[in-house]
Design a protein around this ligand. Structure first.
Ligand SMILES: *Cc1c(COP(=O)(O)O)cnc(C)c1O
Length: 486
């Protein structure tokens, strides 16, 4: 319905905004209270949502009531609810009340801190909040933090800085049409695909990331790393960086960062630590060891939007060498010169983006609302639930835990006695599909040593032992149904 009462040429009037915004907040509070009753994995089929949307935008403005009705009736049914307490796929993430309020205020302020003067408080709150977080994670003084949208971008920036530090003149001359050695980045076989993608973007290529073997617990082998770098150097290849992972995606294994750092120091190679997921565990004092050696890294990424109760998006890149990051990225045209000059931080200098959303606000609100102890308590509980689940699985005949559980991820499978590996793979895929189709829990899978395994990732603030127990029951029921039908 067209809303003809609206004044032309201006924004929504303040009183109308107040009314609709209050209604939207009421919707949010009800949604967050009841999300556990919605199907966690949306049952929509591909194209179903698009088919309900008009092919072109309305000619005249519409009433907010109508827009919000479609939001409820068309959009929400097509949402897979990452807020659901039984979302156990990939890495379960979580928003939070204070985080959502922060995000709303960010939208209202709509600042863009490309330069200090275009966002003085934004710039300074980002630096201060990231210094708080650095201390909470037990990282050393002198690390400089900046916020980006995703770990993929944080890592891209870190590896671009490593390329700049190598002194190849890439910033000025680029990569093509020049006499350059082949460039190489090293990471374990278990590394996240964002490292391969960074290689693609930076002109290093997929082949430019060399995958190092892991030990029996899926951790990078530092001796194999050292041998690979030396072999490449002897062949005229230029090592740019090593990426160590604290909490790998498939199994949450933790690379031996300290020993890797020693190799990097000896061979003079940039060390980047991907702690996108696992770094949050360092907020728990007795789990600080997950970042052991990370103080020696040149750069490190951790995602508060993953396991620190901050809504997507918020990824933090720390570096000991902010000067190199600036050297890689700072380009200042006339129209961005300011009287403050170099005496202030201009966030545009720390990555490929010019504009900067005010993401620090939600992180600041979350850290203040929960406090260091509140954050630690919740992360500790997620890890306890994971260990508990692993114990139940390990004690159940026909089920096996497939990797150690250092954090809040359990990797496991069902393996009936005497069944071939190929049939076990297919069986686990069917069990997962059956559980996901119930809408009452959502799990994902990976391969470990070539075999299909299921991943049960705990990370939502609403998740309790009941939710974990229920999902474990659904898994056993799906396995029984499979046994009965074969
Ligand atoms: C989640 C994750 C990423 C990617 O994070 P995005 O923010 O989605 O880009 C990278 N590395 C690890 C280890 C992760 O867990």
């Amino acid at each position: 319905m067209t809303d003809r009462s609206r004044p032309r040429g201006a924004d929504m009037p303040p009183e109308e905004f107040r009314r609709h915004a209050h209604a939207a907040v009421d919707w949010m509070a009800d949604y967050l209270a009841n999300v556990g009753e919605l199907p966690v994995l949306s049952p929509v089929r591909p194209g179903e949502t698009a088919a309900k949307l008009p092919p072109s935008a309305p000619r005249h403005g519409e009433a907010v009531e109508d827009i919000l009705r479609d939001f409820r009736d068309v959009i929400v049914p097509g949402v897979t609810h990452w807020n659901h307490p039984s979302f156990f796929a990939y890495f379960a993430i979580t928003g939070s009340g204070p985080g959502i309020i922060g995000e709303m205020l960010t939208a209202a302020l709509n600042t863009n801190a490309m330069l200090w003067r275009t966002g003085p408080a934004q710039t300074e709150l980002e630096e201060r909040t990231l210094d708080w977080l650095r201390q909470l994670m037990g990282l050393p003084d002198g690390l400089h933090g900046t916020i980006h949208d995703t770990a993929s971008i944080s890592t891209l920036i870190a590896l671009a800085a490593a390329r700049e530090a190598a002194g190849l003149g890439v910033r000025e001359e680029g990569l093509s049409g020049r006499d350059l050695p082949r460039l190489r980045v090293y990471a374990s076989r278990e590394v996240h695909s964002s490292i391969d993608k960074a290689g693609v973007t930076l002109g290093i290529g997929m082949q430019g990331t060399r995958k190092i073997d892991t030990d029996g617990e899926f951790r990078m082998d530092p001796a194999a790393l050292e041998a690979a770098i030396e072999q490449d150097r002897a062949a005229g290849i230029r090592p740019l960086a090593v990426v160590a992972t604290t909490g790998t995606t498939s199994t949450s294994s933790i690379d031996p960062v300290r020993r890797i750092a020693e190799v990097c120091r000896r061979l003079d190679v940039w060390l980047h630590v991907d702690a996108a997921y696992g770094g949050s565990a360092a907020l728990v004092p007795e789990m600080r060891h997950v970042l052991d050696g990370a103080e020696l890294a040149d750069s490190l990424v951790v995602n508060p939007h993953k396991w620190m109760f901050v809504p997507v998006d918020c990824s933090v890149l720390y570096t000991r060498r902010p000067d190199v990051v600036r050297r890689a990225f700072s380009v200042v045209p006339e129209y961005l010169l300011t009287p403050e000059g170099e005496s202030v931080t201009n966030l545009m200098d720390y990555g490929p983006a010019l504009g900067k959303r005010f993401r620090a606000l939600k992180l600041w609100m979350v850290l203040r609302y929960f406090g260091a102890e509140g954050m630690a308590e919740r992360i500790r509980e997620h890890c306890r639930l994971a260990r508990e689940l692993a114990r139940w699985i390990g004690a159940e005949p026909g089920w096996e835990v497939m990797a150690p559980v250092p954090l809040s991820l359990v990797v496991f499978r069902h393996r009936p006695h005497g069944m071939s590996d190929e049939r076990v793979d297919a069986l686990n895929e069917r069990i997962m599909a059956a559980v996901n189709a119930t809408g009452r829990a959502y799990l994902s899978h990976t391969r470990v040593n070539g075999r299909v395994v299921l991943r049960f990732a705990i990370g939502n603030l609403g998740t309790t032992e009941e939710h974990v127990r229920d999902a474990w029951k659904l898994l056993r029921e799906a396995a029984s149904a499979e046994a009965a039908s074969s």
